[in-house]
Design a protein around this ligand. Sequence first.
Ligand code: FAD
Ligand code: MG
Length: 609
Amino acid sequence: MRGYTFYAKVSRVFQTYPSLSKLLVVSTVGGGSLLAFSDDRPFQRVSNDGGQKPECNKKKKVVVLGTGWAATSFLKNLKSDSYEVQVVSPRNYFAFTPLLPSVTSGTVEARSVVEPIRNIVKKRGYQIDFKEAECLKIDASKKILHCKSAQATNLGGKEEFTVDYDILIIAVGAQVNTFNTPGVSEYAHFLKEVEDAQKVRNTVIDCFERASLPSVSHEERKRILHFVVVGGGPVGVEFAAELHDIVVQDISKLYPSVSNLAKITLLEAGDHILNMYDKRITQFAETKFQRDGIDLKTGSMVTKVSEKDVSSKDRATGQCSTLPYGLVVWSTGIAPRPVILDFMKQIGQGSRRVLATDEWLRVEGCDNVYALGDCATINQRKVMEDISAIFGQAKTNDAGHLNKQEFREVIGDITERYPQVELYLKKSKVKNMVALLDKYEGEIDIEKFEKALSEVDTQMKNLPATAQVAAQQGEYLAKCFNRMEKCEMYPEGPRRFRTSGQHRFHPFRYIWKLKCKALGVKNQKLLKRKNMIKLMLTNFRYKHFGQFAPLGGEQTAAQLPGDWVSIGHSTQWLWYSVYASKLVSWRTRMLVVSDWFRRYIFGRDTSRI
Ligand code: FAD
Ligand code: MG
């Protein structure tokens, strides 16, 4: 009887999710990671009726711009069906950008790294409407978006329409920064979108096919087979390494007469490549590139790209030189998209370089608009700006002093409100803020308080433009939205800094441990009840899980939290497993892993299609 009930339950599950039966077969064969599988589970519907009912029955319309890392993470984590969600993006798929350099060499196929957004949202258990269109203009005063359809013109595409919203989530990413260098837009290749990677792959093969023609002179062959990469950041370096791999491992066998003419040059304006990584990684990468014969020119600013030459200037000597090339790939960073620049002007942020949000991802100077991912940056508040307010709001005795007990009461709020405090404590190896103030024995006045916190703001750093940040922001915002109604039950805001830090919602699981640590509470369960209201309110906190730098030849460098550096073949295996688990679906995971096997057994495919 028990067996029957179990069978009935299982068959009901399979009826509800027909793809699960396929998945079971797949996971039995692949023995894939359970951790990764749990990512993909459809969320159960969660009713939010525990909180107050909205003022009217009409659901709020949330419009999400984009289908990249930030937007997809938001959509995957949104559980609440109390919103009407509409997505607008010119791309009807999510692209796993960290594998784009592998697409340029054919190690991984383009279709293996993308997942239709409709596939992703259909598993969510609530309705999402998708429009394949580009947002041309955000009209924040009327709460209207002007959009243009993104289908081919022969279908009658490219017509314009408007979409209205109650809440707008901007996650449009960024575009390549050419620094207005002449000729870059016309002649250089980029590595930002899937189409870019496909174009680069075909051009590399084209170069070798053309160099193999009898009509082409030796000099011309050398030019055609000169590949120039501009920018020594993680993308440029990974692309150069992939290109070197394909030349050594595949091209040398398939184009033996010309492969020895192939040359790769990497131009970097700074003194080193991978300068955001640990010095050990930079050094290893530079030595490896030298060994591999990749010509590394640091301190070289590209001044112009023409049809056949790249002109550059040496920063130290001021000497100009030109390099004939067959393919130039431009990878020097990102800049805001025109739609964002226009929006910034409308809301009084015209003088800024990037769209600014507060720590709750709300666009500054605009109601009900959130921005996340590469298109925005968090404008963190400085402790020193608020120091007298913080001191004033803590209880002071008659002489204007804080005793230790009073001080202890505000510590939690300070570390929550100003994440730089924690970074500072970590860097200066001080256990906590009480320890920091221990040297001021007895009572603390405002001057001592100022002195103790004076260096804290130097730790403030903008978050990097990475998928890791974008995905965490998307998850954070979705959790906020999931709790929005429930949290309206607790309108009080943080105990201390109500004016500067008030917000109605927050995913408390995120800061749980931090909070316990800051308050020095060992028993987390005790804290749960006592500080529930306080914990419902916090800002976005980024958690860094480390970064990889694939360097070719099955060698990868990894910089993990705690300044832990690992380089070599074993790290390459770590890279394989982390990236496989991070892929957005089991379908893409299967495709990518089988591409890796295919490459290993048969080599890369050099058909130009
Ligand atoms: P995106 O992912 O770029 O998404 C933007 C979305 O907005 C897209 O769907 C786009 O079609 C849509 N859109 C654009 N314009 C409009 C418009 N006008 N209206 C509506 N929608 C619009 N990060 C890492 O952490 N690790 C890595 O290994 C890594 N490797 C990378 C490799 C490459 C080659 C590249 C290019 C980037 C890499 N990154 C990596 C960075 C990472 O991809 C970005 O930080 C991340 O994509 C940012 O996410 P996002 O959602 O803000 O923007
Ligand atoms: Mg996005």
